[in-house]
Design a protein around this ligand. Sequence first.
Ligand SMILES: [Zn+2]
Length: 291
Amino acid sequence: MTTRIHAIRTGLVQVRRPQMESRGGSAPARLAHMLFDEEWSEWLPVYAWAIEHDEGIIIVDTGETSRVHERGYHPRWHPFYRRAVHFSVHPEEELGPQLRALGIGARDVRQVVLTHLHTDHAGGLVHVTGSRIWASRGELDAADGLAGRLMGYLPHRWPKWLQTESIRFERRAVGPFEEAMALTERGDVLVVPTPGHTPHHVSVLVCGEPSFLLAGDTSYNQSLLLAGKVDGVSPDPAVSRHTHARILGLARERPLVYLPSHDPESVARLRHHSALSPGTASSFDGARPAA
Ligand SMILES: [Zn+2]
């Protein structure tokens, strides 16, 4: 069986423009831009991914839940949820119904990898009972307690049964990435560290011809990556830039299809196997308004 990747769009999200592309400045200034800027993004997809691998189905991120439309689901005291984000998720857009539509039952899902634990990546956890769920230890710590709530994580919304396993990287060079964790015996599906958007963010690399990087929120879209633009969320922009450089470096070594969670073009690139071309495209794509 050849490995297949399905894009699963679990609704739409809209953020203020400086969240996608930082306007720079100090951390408080960047936060203010994300809360008060007048320019909003277009409605962006919220993708989760299903990898059909002969060693079992692997899900990357679980998307958002339609419960976002329940009064009080998001903490109303929280400025981010009050001011900085809009969601649109129908119940049938959630991960579970879409997996069933693909013929994938809950019990077929072997492993789940969470790129990070923001609500639009962890909102569909309720649909993956009984699978191994991988998350970064540092990400779990960041989401915990009052500090986590202040950062906008919603750990009190995760299912009570949730038990995650900590991602442990080993020395294993994959292009510019020095460490990785294999999810398959064959070693062709790997978790790689991609810190930036959050300090312990990870991505999943599906190796092949071409390879695919299920990249979470390393950038909001491919044009921003190519243009060297860091998002407004990253606590340390230098860390994001370093990750961007590694992704582009990997794309110079092998054909690599870049699939961030919120890029409206991700699905077309998945379908057409459109690889990143970091050498030639950077100035051209950088001049274009972000997709
Ligand atoms: Zn995020």
